[in-house]
Design a protein around this ligand. Structure first.
Ligand code: NDP
Length: 480
């Protein structure tokens, strides 16, 4: 039998009684002197940290990425250096719009956030289960999220707000089509793909730059949940996906994904028919085929959800030498926004929490701040330049310069009038007829609750993507 542990206060002082408070006489009142009771209640009041504005509800697990292919001609990142190499990874899989207690089986995009603890620091791949997004310029992001969240008066989710926004932002059509397709409700976390979505860059040992997209394809196969089943489970078992992942890993049925990249030589971005930095577009596989990199397995449940998943802080700013950014306007903003959110949620020293701490030494001149709970740099110098052996930057990590041109201005990111419609149309056309019908029914179920003027605007957009798509929705809505 495990040795009995002594109950203590937070200061380590043994506690004599955890069931009855200290009172004046048998009936009370309670004495202020019962500092253990005060500490217990005060700590309880402070248990919740601000929940994420988006991606609040999540499941998570630890795992391993095994490198299966040599891609060193594209990236000098040491994590890719050798076939057979294993890198520890943390995964967090979330819904987007719902709050922390919301149901898992709702129709929503899923977050697919990975933290790779590499020998050159943490690489965070903070993606989704969709290869594109609703918007391509971050200046629209707070408005977009407001339209997906709660009505300011009724505090309820509103189909009208959602479709009102989408009807005026046609670049959303591609992601809207994925959201209302079967893939909008995965059967479980193991049955969905993950995508980096943005274009990133690779830099090789010759300091050549390539543009790159990341794909994690499920080895369990894509499996989706039908709307009626999802609705039933949302009531009966709102934590269905979270429980399913935990139970699967617990019984050794560990989900796996194959990690692929699409690679575009730097120069080709100038002439490629799609703007390769537009987050509402994919790169067709026939133009840029998938190149295998590795296999990822999620194989260890967290011991403590709050410590390992709620406090996990992912940031697209965390890239390691050999992986870098692109001009994608959404990525540029996320480089700022994620760490900023974590400083607010977790405090300025969030990277020092055990789950976020890199598995390599951290040496810098940052000191102090709320909850600095390590040795705070000890006696080492806290300024640079210094003459006392403080850490130094290494110019060997400098990236090749990136050529840019043009005037500073506010630009629409289009190449041709039908730019927002071709890829959603391609997606509709590749779906089997039965899936097209379900897509149309799912859209009508939601769009049907909005004013006719919004329905008409949306039908016009769907028709531009594909006539059958738009006509199907018009018929479903009873419009001409
Ligand atoms: P590709 O042949 O290059 O891409 C087809 C891809 O579409 C498949 O590999 C699969 O991606 C995905 N796909 C297949 N069926 C469905 C479905 N029912 N719902 C959602 N995605 C599906 O052709 P294109 O590049 O021209 O792509 C056509 C459309 O496919 C795009 O407009 C895009 O919406 C979608 N797509 C493309 C991806 C890409 O990277 N090119 C990735 C995902 C979707 P996967 O194997 O990743 O599931």
């Amino acid at each position: 039998m495990a040795k009995e542990k002594k109950l203590t206060t937070a200061a380590g002082i043994p506690v004599d009684d955890n069931q009855t408070s200290l009172t004046a006489g048998q009936r009370g009142p309670t004495l202020l002197q019962d500092h253990y009771l005060l500490e217990k209640l005060a700590h309880f009041n402070r248990e919740r940290i601000p929940e994420r504005v988006v991606h609040a509800k999540a499941a998570g697990a630890h795992g391993i990425l095994t490198i299966t292919n040599d891609i060193s001609k594209y990236s000098k990142a040491k994590l890719f250096a050798k076939k057979g190499k294993k890198i520890e990874v943390l995964g967090r899989f979330s819904t987007v719009a719902g709050e922390k207690g919301s149901a898992d089986t709702v129709r929503d995009v899923r977050g697919f956030a990975l933290k790779f603890y590499t020998e050159e620091g943490n690489w965070d791949m903070v993606g989704n289960n969709t290869p594109v997004f609703f918007i391509r310029d971050a200046i629209k992001f707070p408005d977009f999220i407001h339209s997906q969240k709660r009505d300011p008066q009724t505090n309820t989710r509103s189909d009208t707000m959602q479709w009102d926004f989408w009807s005026q932002v046609p670049e959303a059509l591609h992601q809207v089509t994925i959201l209302f397709s079967d893939r909008g409700i995965p059967k479980g976390i193991p049955f969905m793909n993950g995508y980096g979505s943005h274009t990133y860059s690779f830099i090789n040992a010759k300091n050549e730059r390539f543009w790159v997209k990341f794909h994690f394809k499920t080895k369990q196969g894509i499996q989706c949940m039908m709307q009626d089943e999802a609705d039933r489970l949302a009531g009966q078992d709102p934590d269905y996906h979270t429980r399913h992942l935990f139970e699967a890993i617990k019984k050794g049925d560990c989900p796996k994904w194959t990690f692929y990249v699409q690679v575009m030589p730097e120069k080709e971005a100038e002439t490629y028919r799609w703007n390769p930095f537009d987050l509402t577009k994919v790169w067709p596989h026939k133009d840029y085929p998938l190149i295998e990199v590795g296999e990822m397995e999620m194989n260890r449940n967290p011991e403590n959800y709050f410590a390992e998943i709620e406090q996990a802080a992912f940031s697209p700013a965390n890239v390691v030498p050999g992986i870098s950014f692109s001009p994608c306007k959404m990525l540029q903003a996320r480089i700022f926004a994620y760490a900023d959110a974590h400083r607010y949620r977790l405090g300025v020293n969030f990277e020092r929490l055990p789950v976020n701490r890199p598995h390599v030494e951290v040496n810098n001149y940052q000191r102090d701040g709320h909850m600095r709970f390590d040795d705070n740099g000890g006696a080492s110098p806290n300024y640079e330049p210094n003459s006392f052996g403080g850490p130094l930057a290494d110019p060997a990590y400098k990236e090749p310069p990136l050529k840019i041109s043009g005037d500073a201005d506010r630009y629409e990111q289009k190449r041709g009038v039908d730019d927002d419609y071709i890829q959603p149309g391609n997606l509709f056309r590749l779906m089997p007829a039965a899936e097209q019908q379900r897509l149309i029914a799912n859209i009508c179920g939601s769009l049907g609750k909005t004013p006719k003027s919004i329905q008409e605007k949306m039908v016009a957009h769907f028709r531009r993507a594909d006539k059958n798509y738009g006509d199907g929705i018009a018929t479903g809505l009873g419009l001409k």
